[in-house]
Design a protein around this ligand. Structure first.
Ligand code: MF3
Ligand code: CO
Length: 255
């Protein structure tokens, strides 16, 4: 069931989303050669605490997961697509790092992700991340009253496929509200004009995941959480929580 949010609730969700943006910015600013993923997790956790917010990631256990998620941040390096668990790994020059973070404040959730390059960029990684951001922007632009879920999915998927990238089937965006994961599912590929009509008060996380080789294959790593590309290619993941309103899409997880 899809719960429509009042304008007051969307304002409250914006406050939660701002905390997400602040934590991701702090983690991005700290990400450098030699810094560990656990250090980034601690930095993001400090921002959360300072804001009086809590983590919807920590202890989260969806049906597919063998263990509760043990951190507040997902840190996915190179061939890790999403849900990388922060550990003692120290970032190396040229790593492609995707950071995914959520916050709960005042009973409302926010969810967002960024991808970045540590140190010296490879041109192909720059293109991958820029395409991911373009796919997210296209998805946001399609998040308007009068469109349907399939229009968002089609917009995201077309940008990814046109650039030659792979898309992992079975993972994508979702509704956001009092819980981080709500209905409806927001796939990263789809047919225009299909699916649920978009209405004022719907809040969606749109989250393209792009596989650099153009192949779609992925698997879950032995930790039961991390999704990795089958061929070892690098992946990018970006995400915003977006409110659909009569005056257009409102990005809730921007700074
Ligand atoms: N943004 C991620 C998603 O929508 C949130 C992962 S929560 C975690 O899948 F607990 F799995 F990290
Ligand atoms: Co999400």
């Amino acid at each position: 069931m899809v719960e429509l949010k009042t304008d007051e609730s969307i304002d409250a969700m914006r406050a939660a989303g701002r905390v997400v943006a602040q934590a991701l910015t702090a983690a991005r600013d700290a990400a450098a050669v030699g810094v560990s993923l656990l250090e980034l997790n601690a930095i993001a956790h400090d921002v959360l605490r300072a804001a009086g917010a809590t983590s919807p990631f920590l202890g989260y256990r969806p049906a597919f997961a063998p263990t509760p998620y043990p951190a507040v941040l997902c840190a996915s390096v190179n061939d890790a697509i999403v849900h990388g668990i922060p550990d003692g790994y120290r970032l190396r020059d040229g790593d492609l790092l995707s950071l995914d973070f959520g916050a709960e404040l005042g009973g409302w959730a926010g969810d967002s992700a960024i991808s970045l390059i540590v140190g010296t960029p490879r041109p192909e990684d720059v293109r991958l991340i820029e395409t991911a951001q373009g796919a997210l922007e296209a998805g946001i632009a399609a998040a308007v009253v009068g469109n349907r879920i399939g229009d968002i999915a089609h917009a995201v998927g077309t940008v990814c496929r046109t650039a030659g990238y792979g898309i992992p089937d079975g993972y994508g965006g979702h509704g956001v509200g009092r819980h981080m994961h709500e209905d409806p599912a927001v796939p990263n590929e789809g047919r225009p004009g299909r699916g649920m009509p978009l209405r004022h008060g719907m809040v969606l996380a749109i989250e393209p995941m792009l596989l650099g080789s153009g192949r779609d294959g992925y698997h879950t790593a032995r930790d039961g959480w991390t999704l990795r590309t089958n061929d070892g290619c690098r992946a990018a993941h970006v995400e915003h929580t977006v409110a659909i309103t009569d005056t257009g899409p409102r990005v809730l997880t921007a700074l």
